[in-house]
Design a protein around this ligand. Sequence first.
Ligand SMILES: [Zn+2]
Ligand SMILES: [Zn+2]
Length: 365
Amino acid sequence: MVVSRAMVLEKFAHPLVEKTFQIGEIPDGHVLVKILASGVCGSDVHIYKGEDPRTPLPIILGHESVGEIVHVSGEKVDVNGEKVSKGDWITWNRGIVCKECYWCTVARQPHLCPNRKVYGINISSKNYPYLRGGYAEHMVLLPETEVLKISKSVDPAVIAFAGCSGATAANIFDSLNKPLYEETVVIQGAGPLGLYSVIFARATGAKRIIVISGSPLRLKLAKEIGADVVLNRHTLNLSERRKRILDLTHGRGADVAIEATGSSAAVVEGLEVLRRGGTYLIAGVAVPQSPIQIKVYEHIVNKGIHIQGIWVSDTTHVIQAVSIAQRYQDTLQKMITHRMPLTKANEALDLMEKREALKVILFPD
Ligand SMILES: [Zn+2]
Ligand SMILES: [Zn+2]
């Protein structure tokens, strides 16, 4: 019998409630892990407020975690075919897909599976074994979960958020279909997704990385981790920023632009700083928002651009992000502004909402 504390969302926009769960028998094929670290994601704030249409109640939030295996009910191998057992450290794809639908089988775009279940986002804690989210001392992983054994020499806090913003950034660069060599990339937003994109752009050979954000602190960090040019949107207006980008690219504009702000309003600027024939990847807008106005002729058709929406990630991307996280551990540690005990999850959400924190990682006390 395992007794585990968790922070539960019972009512939208009301503080998470600390609850104790008793876990007896672990169902066949499930894996019980002790949480080592769980990230607080920007989307958790939306989920908390009830803005994500997928969320059932009650739910234990947290979809980016690292755990130590306590018990495997049966046999389990990781994505590399390595047997996992008690004491191993693992992370996992936060999403579980059906492997039967059109997207899983024919289109081979499993991250777009309409039946995708996600820990901490759309799996309720209502039914046994309850622990399906990372804001807890333990989690019980479903048999279909794709897990990856990780080294005990890496900071679990860094691996935790590789599972969400890291994997989504990996999906952005995977979608590009061509090398970034000699290309200029504009990244809008310097939260975890934007900064992870800086690391990926650097790792995949971009010639010049330009980051736009309103936070001097985040822009400073963007520079430290590899951005060449940073533009503060509070000190430079839209046309000044556009001019800077055109000046840096012989008047053409960026080859690639990435939306990582989470706001639809940023899309017009993204389209305007892109060169003719460039590619725009929209990755940050993760919940429904008000419509925006774009000029289809000027912004899209006449410029001959590609627009790609980036929705979540698949297991390949998780593996790529974990590999990047191991290589860039020191860089990613700089992004963690707060390490807090699990029981302070409400405070953590508050810090994220006020944008006082860049990345909060929760640890069971
Ligand atoms: Zn997330
Ligand atoms: Zn499917």
